[in-house]
Design a protein around this ligand. Structure first.
Ligand SMILES: [Zn+2]
Length: 174
């Protein structure tokens, strides 16, 4: 019988903040081969998790952004920070709002280009951003979503019947 190969982790290859794309070249599979979620923030902050590497013991705060950038954003935590999450539900500040998560994506990643200009991911995200901060501008939303301000303005009002027909006719078939 061959000996099972020791699983080594890739935690040491990351800085204190890092981007791990979903899918793609399989970096996420290699990372999550040893890293397991130990606490979900839950509630309104459904994107936020505390995870620990079973190989080296490193704690990570992970923001899961699967609407616009399709990435995991990692923050390396020291044991005191991880303990504060576990015992007191006190989380580091970086990814506490979805706006902050998207801002991190805007700076370090690339927004997905949606074939459907009224894709649900765009609509839901605009709704969430405005609920969290009612005075957010269309310019700011456009930056975070990687679309134009005019596109944001169109998404913020109901679609007119003739716009719907044009959109359906011009959307590429998959
Ligand atoms: Zn590790």
């Amino acid at each position: 019988m061959p000996m099972p190969e020791a699983v080594t982790c890739i935690c040491a290859t990351f800085g204190d903040l890092a981007v791990v794309p979903m899918g793609g070249d399989g970096l996420d599979e290699r990372f999550f081969a040893t890293v397991e979620s130990i606490r979900d923030h839950g509630g309104e902050r459904w994107w936020l998790h505390l995870a620990r590497c079973t190989a080296c013991g490193q704690d990570w705060m992970i923001a899961q952004e699967e609407r616009i950038y399709d990435d995991y954003y990692l923050k390396r935590l020291n044991s005191a920070e991880a303990e504060a999450v576990v015992s007191a539900n006190v989380w580091p500040a970086e990814f506490l709002t979805y706006e902050a998560v998207l801002r991190f994506g805007q700076r370090h990643s690339k927004a997905f280009h949606f074939l459907d200009p009224r894709a649900g991911s765009l609509l839901w995200t605009i709704e969430d951003l405005r609920k969290a901060r009612p005075d957010i501008s269309t310019h700011e939303i456009g930056e975070l979503l990687g679309i134009s301000e005019a596109h944001v303005a169109r998404l913020m009002r109901p679609e007119r019947w003739h716009e719907r027909i044009v959109r359906k006719l011009t959307m590429p078939r998959l």
